[in-house]
Unconditional design. Structure first.
Length: 470
């Protein structure tokens, strides 16, 4: 086979022919001859194509398969399917596999996962590793067959033992997750490592992540970065995103925002939402790329459209400020709401502020207090101050200087900087409270500052004091 010959995209690896003729009308020698004729025909040799067609017309299964491959390479899928079927009907495993590929992709035939599974099963039973791999994947995903992890593991194991890197990767993941096989981290690591050593990009990405996180392997971010680099260079989008994070954080590699931006951009262009969000953050801050709110907004929007909660908040913030996009409080509120409803504490606080001031939404102090409360309960210092201010004034909630003072104290304890208005609010409110109220506020604050205890502390105070919280 000429060194520049490349099998068609759908059959990469299918043309790695094992000299097993499977009791067809074609001998091993005839199959090799047909292979060479196909390669010459793909190079434009008309005489070789005529000879290949003649052999296929005489019913030689190997020639039928390789003539199908010739048509497949030119994207003449209907003709490819016809010749693959002739070879497949004779029991030629490579033809069975190739016909299954066309059914799986709906090329030259109507897409039919059940037909694909049937042809893969016939080829797999003859030992075709590619068919075994695809049959395992169909069982794993329940495509064309009832979902069955045990059968997926069975067929993937057969292919993996023959050295199929994709099968090794998927089998490793089944062992890692305990699906279809008993969970076994050692087996998972062994199979994934075998696949990674063969250059399988998904395995390299997984192995890299395992080293970075110390999952199933000793924690070694530098080793993880090496495997992620190999996968990223092959275009693996998840690896590109993860490698970008390593460079952004200086984990396992020397910190470099420029390299982080490069890898985030590669992954973002492939639609990885987290990479789009991270790239937006770099543009917003001018780290590793020229500062550009417009670029930041564009990438945040792509990520937000895919449901990345941080991007939803960031896009809302840009819209509220009018940075890189036309200022639009209504749109800002809409994006804040998306993020806030999913628990993003800054979005909850900012949405509360929009309700408090009637910007982009109808003014509603009750709604404002509710969003401040949700954020404050998660520990957001600004929201704790804002909610305290509403209790101090009795706006949106019943007035309670004790609760206000306690919330100011919790906020100031969390963020004692002069940027936090709670520090000044404490000094202003203190003279207005009696000693009994100050003592009650101090006790409430002490309980509220315990981890995740603000809500329970407020509920307990309300029960004892008879104070209404809403």
């Amino acid at each position: 086979m000429p060194p520049d010959f490349r099998p068609p995209r759908a059959l990469l690896g299918a043309c790695v022919f094992a000299l097993t003729v499977c009791a067809t009308t074609s001998s091993a020698q005839a199959v090799l001859k047909a292979r060479d004729l196909a390669a010459q025909a793909m190079g434009g040799n008309a005489a070789s194509l005529d000879k290949l067609q003649a052999a296929a017309g005489d019913g030689d299964a190997g020639a039928e398969f390789w003539l199908g491959t010739y048509f497949d390479s030119g994207h003449h899928f209907k003709q490819a399917a016809q010749w693959y079927r002739r070879a497949a009907d004779q029991g030629f495993a490579q033809g069975q596999y190739a016909l299954g590929v066309l059914y799986a992709g709906g090329q030259g035939v109507a897409r039919d996962d059940a037909q694909a599974a049937d042809w893969f099963a016939k080829a797999a039973a003859q030992g075709n590793a590619l068919a075994q791999t695809n049959l395992g994947l169909l069982y794993e995903n329940g495509a064309g067959l009832p979902q069955d992890d045990a059968k997926a593991a069975f067929w993937l194991a057969k292919a993996a033992r023959q050295g199929n890197a994709l099968a090794q990767t998927r089998l490793g993941l089944l062992y890692r997750r305990g699906r279809g096989v008993e969970r076994d981290d050692a087996q998972a690591t062994a199979w994934i490592t075998k696949a990674a050593a063969q250059g399988q990009s998904q395995a390299q990405q997984i192995l890299g992540a395992m080293y970075v996180g110390g999952q199933g392997l000793p924690k070694d971010p530098a080793q993880g970065a090496l495997w992620l680099q190999r996968a990223a260079e092959q275009g693996d989008a998840r690896a590109q995103d993860q490698l970008g994070l390593l460079y952004k954080n200086g984990l396992g590699v020397e910190r470099s925002n420029q390299r982080a931006a490069t890898w985030f951009a590669e992954a973002a262009a492939q639609g990885v939402p987290d990479a789009q969000d991270n790239l937006g953050w770099l543009y917003a801050n001018g780290f590793g790329v020229p500062q550009s709110y417009a670029q930041a907004a564009a990438w945040y929007r792509k990520a937000a459209d895919q449901g990345v909660v941080d991007a939803e908040f960031s896009l809302g913030w840009l819209l509220e400020k009018g940075y890189g996009v036309p200022q639009d409080d209504a749109q800002a509120a809409a994006w804040y709401r998306k993020a806030a409803e999913r628990g993003e504490i800054h979005a909850q606080n900012n949405l509360g502020l929009l309700y408090e001031h009637g910007r982009g939404v109808s003014r509603d102090d009750v709604q404002a207090a509710d969003w401040f409360r949700r954020s404050a309960l998660q520990g957001e210092a600004n929201a704790q101050y804002n909610l305290g201010a509403m209790y101090a004034r009795g706006v949106g909630v019943p007035q309670s200087p004790v609760i206000a003072y306690a919330l100011y104290s919790v906020s100031a304890h969390r963020d004692p900087s002069t940027n936090n208005h709670a520090v000044q609010a404490l000094h202003k409110l203190r003279p207005e409270l009696s000693e009994a109220q100050l003592q009650a506020a101090a006790q409430l604050a002490e309980q509220a500052e315990k981890p995740a205890n603000l809500g329970p502390a407020l509920d307990a105070y309300a029960k004892v004091s008879g104070t209404k919280l809403r």
